[in-house]
Design a protein around this ligand. Structure first.
Ligand code: ATP
Ligand code: MG
Length: 154
Protein backbone atom coordinates (compact mmCIF):
# COMPACT_ATOMS: atom_id res chain seq x y z
CA UNK A 1 0.00 0.00 0.00
CA UNK A 2 1.41 3.42 -0.92
CA UNK A 3 2.33 5.73 1.96
CA UNK A 4 -0.08 8.44 0.88
CA UNK A 5 -2.98 6.03 0.77
CA UNK A 6 -2.06 4.71 4.19
CA UNK A 7 -2.02 8.26 5.56
CA UNK A 8 -5.42 8.91 3.97
CA UNK A 9 -6.88 5.77 5.51
CA UNK A 10 -5.55 6.74 8.93
CA UNK A 11 -7.00 10.23 8.50
CA UNK A 12 -10.29 8.71 7.48
CA UNK A 13 -10.48 6.50 10.56
CA UNK A 14 -9.44 9.41 12.77
CA UNK A 15 -12.11 11.57 11.15
CA UNK A 16 -14.78 8.92 11.75
CA UNK A 17 -13.77 8.71 15.42
CA UNK A 18 -13.26 12.41 16.14
CA UNK A 19 -15.57 14.47 13.97
CA UNK A 20 -18.94 15.55 15.29
CA UNK A 21 -21.68 13.63 13.57
CA UNK A 22 -25.23 14.65 12.80
CA UNK A 23 -27.85 12.15 11.87
CA UNK A 24 -31.05 13.83 10.76
CA UNK A 25 -34.06 11.71 11.59
CA UNK A 26 -35.45 9.94 8.58
CA UNK A 27 -37.34 6.72 8.02
CA UNK A 28 -35.21 3.60 7.66
CA UNK A 29 -34.23 2.74 4.11
CA UNK A 30 -35.24 -0.59 2.67
CA UNK A 31 -32.29 -2.93 2.08
CA UNK A 32 -30.18 -2.76 -1.08
CA UNK A 33 -29.39 -6.04 -2.80
CA UNK A 34 -25.66 -5.66 -3.42
CA UNK A 35 -22.17 -6.97 -3.06
CA UNK A 36 -21.35 -5.34 0.26
CA UNK A 37 -17.57 -5.33 -0.26
CA UNK A 38 -17.87 -3.73 -3.67
CA UNK A 39 -20.12 -0.93 -2.44
CA UNK A 40 -17.78 -0.40 0.53
CA UNK A 41 -14.98 -0.04 -2.01
CA UNK A 42 -16.97 2.64 -3.86
CA UNK A 43 -17.62 4.63 -0.68
CA UNK A 44 -14.01 4.24 0.48
CA UNK A 45 -12.66 5.46 -2.89
CA UNK A 46 -14.93 8.50 -2.80
CA UNK A 47 -13.95 9.32 0.78
CA UNK A 48 -10.23 8.98 0.02
CA UNK A 49 -10.59 11.22 -3.04
CA UNK A 50 -12.42 13.77 -0.89
CA UNK A 51 -9.67 13.71 1.74
CA UNK A 52 -6.97 14.04 -0.92
CA UNK A 53 -8.82 16.98 -2.50
CA UNK A 54 -8.78 18.83 0.84
CA UNK A 55 -5.08 18.36 1.60
CA UNK A 56 -3.99 21.49 -0.35
CA UNK A 57 -6.74 23.64 1.19
CA UNK A 58 -5.40 25.80 4.01
CA UNK A 59 -7.78 28.77 4.17
CA UNK A 60 -11.10 27.14 5.07
CA UNK A 61 -12.40 24.22 7.11
CA UNK A 62 -12.04 20.67 5.83
CA UNK A 63 -15.51 19.15 5.78
CA UNK A 64 -16.19 15.68 4.50
CA UNK A 65 -19.69 14.32 4.76
CA UNK A 66 -21.55 11.25 3.67
CA UNK A 67 -25.34 11.19 3.49
CA UNK A 68 -27.87 8.57 2.64
CA UNK A 69 -31.37 9.35 1.34
CA UNK A 70 -34.24 7.55 -0.23
CA UNK A 71 -34.55 8.78 -3.82
CA UNK A 72 -37.69 8.65 -5.93
CA UNK A 73 -39.12 5.79 -3.86
CA UNK A 74 -37.13 2.87 -5.22
CA UNK A 75 -33.53 4.05 -4.97
CA UNK A 76 -30.96 4.76 -2.29
CA UNK A 77 -28.96 7.93 -2.92
CA UNK A 78 -25.51 8.19 -1.36
CA UNK A 79 -23.71 11.56 -1.35
CA UNK A 80 -20.05 12.14 -0.50
CA UNK A 81 -19.33 15.83 -0.20
CA UNK A 82 -16.05 17.67 0.44
CA UNK A 83 -14.74 21.21 0.67
CA UNK A 84 -11.60 20.46 -1.32
CA UNK A 85 -10.07 22.04 -4.38
CA UNK A 86 -13.05 21.21 -6.58
CA UNK A 87 -13.08 19.95 -10.15
CA UNK A 88 -12.18 22.31 -12.99
CA UNK A 89 -15.02 22.31 -15.57
CA UNK A 90 -12.65 21.10 -18.30
CA UNK A 91 -11.92 17.91 -16.28
CA UNK A 92 -15.56 17.01 -15.63
CA UNK A 93 -15.93 14.91 -18.79
CA UNK A 94 -12.79 12.87 -18.17
CA UNK A 95 -13.15 12.17 -14.45
CA UNK A 96 -14.47 8.66 -14.85
CA UNK A 97 -12.09 7.66 -17.67
CA UNK A 98 -9.60 4.95 -16.76
CA UNK A 99 -6.12 6.39 -16.13
CA UNK A 100 -7.31 9.98 -15.87
CA UNK A 101 -5.54 11.50 -12.87
CA UNK A 102 -4.30 14.93 -11.83
CA UNK A 103 -2.30 13.49 -8.91
CA UNK A 104 1.44 12.95 -9.21
CA UNK A 105 1.13 9.38 -7.93
CA UNK A 106 -2.48 8.72 -9.00
CA UNK A 107 -3.42 5.67 -11.05
CA UNK A 108 -6.62 7.26 -12.25
CA UNK A 109 -8.54 4.01 -11.71
CA UNK A 110 -10.60 4.80 -8.60
CA UNK A 111 -13.57 6.53 -10.20
CA UNK A 112 -13.57 4.29 -13.24
CA UNK A 113 -13.86 1.23 -10.96
CA UNK A 114 -16.50 2.96 -8.82
CA UNK A 115 -18.64 3.70 -11.85
CA UNK A 116 -18.35 0.11 -13.13
CA UNK A 117 -19.39 -1.27 -9.73
CA UNK A 118 -22.35 1.09 -9.36
CA UNK A 119 -23.55 0.40 -12.92
CA UNK A 120 -23.22 -3.35 -12.34
CA UNK A 121 -25.69 -2.83 -9.46
CA UNK A 122 -28.16 -1.10 -11.77
CA UNK A 123 -27.28 2.38 -10.58
CA UNK A 124 -25.35 5.43 -11.70
CA UNK A 125 -22.60 7.67 -10.30
CA UNK A 126 -21.93 11.30 -11.10
CA UNK A 127 -20.03 14.35 -9.85
CA UNK A 128 -21.06 17.98 -9.33
CA UNK A 129 -19.54 21.09 -7.81
CA UNK A 130 -20.26 21.49 -4.10
CA UNK A 131 -21.07 25.18 -3.75
CA UNK A 132 -19.31 27.31 -2.73
CA UNK A 133 -16.28 24.97 -2.51
CA UNK A 134 -15.36 21.42 -3.30
CA UNK A 135 -17.16 18.55 -4.95
CA UNK A 136 -20.01 16.20 -4.37
CA UNK A 137 -20.16 12.70 -5.75
CA UNK A 138 -23.55 11.00 -5.77
CA UNK A 139 -24.65 7.52 -6.66
CA UNK A 140 -27.95 5.76 -6.68
CA UNK A 141 -28.67 2.05 -6.43
CA UNK A 142 -32.05 0.37 -6.42
CA UNK A 143 -33.53 -0.68 -3.07
CA UNK A 144 -35.55 -3.82 -2.52
CA UNK A 145 -39.17 -2.75 -2.54
CA UNK A 146 -41.78 -4.98 -0.97
CA UNK A 147 -44.01 -5.09 -4.03
CA UNK A 148 -46.67 -7.30 -2.43
CA UNK A 149 -47.32 -4.92 0.47
CA UNK A 150 -46.92 -1.90 -1.84
CA UNK A 151 -49.63 -3.12 -4.22
CA UNK A 152 -52.00 -4.37 -1.49
CA UNK A 153 -51.82 -1.09 0.39
CA UNK A 154 -52.76 0.94 -2.73
N1 ATP B 1 -13.35 14.79 -4.52
C1 ATP B 1 -12.63 15.23 -5.56
N2 ATP B 1 -12.33 16.55 -5.67
C2 ATP B 1 -11.62 17.03 -6.71
N3 ATP B 1 -11.15 16.25 -7.73
C3 ATP B 1 -11.41 14.94 -7.66
C4 ATP B 1 -12.15 14.35 -6.60
N4 ATP B 1 -12.27 13.04 -6.84
C5 ATP B 1 -11.62 12.81 -7.97
N5 ATP B 1 -11.10 13.93 -8.48
C6 ATP B 1 -10.33 14.09 -9.72
O1 ATP B 1 -10.58 12.94 -10.54
C7 ATP B 1 -9.34 12.30 -10.85
C8 ATP B 1 -9.58 10.82 -10.99
O2 ATP B 1 -9.91 10.26 -9.72
P1 ATP B 1 -9.62 8.72 -9.49
O3 ATP B 1 -10.07 8.35 -8.14
O4 ATP B 1 -10.19 7.95 -10.65
O5 ATP B 1 -8.04 8.59 -9.64
P2 ATP B 1 -6.92 9.10 -8.65
O6 ATP B 1 -7.52 9.41 -7.31
O7 ATP B 1 -6.17 10.17 -9.33
O8 ATP B 1 -6.01 7.81 -8.53
P3 ATP B 1 -6.39 6.40 -7.87
O9 ATP B 1 -6.43 5.42 -9.00
O10 ATP B 1 -5.26 6.16 -6.91
O11 ATP B 1 -7.72 6.53 -7.19
C9 ATP B 1 -8.40 12.70 -9.74
O12 ATP B 1 -7.03 12.62 -10.11
C10 ATP B 1 -8.82 14.14 -9.47
O13 ATP B 1 -8.28 15.01 -10.44
MG1 MG C 1 -8.85 8.08 -6.32
Amino acid sequence: MRNKTLVCLLLLFAAILLLPTSTPAQPALPPVLCDRLQLQQVVMNLLINGIQAMIPVTDRPHELSIRLHRHEGEQALIEVQDTGVGIPPENMKQLFNAFFSTKPDGMGMGLSICRSIVEAHGGCLWASPNLPYGSVFRFIVPVMVDRISASSSG
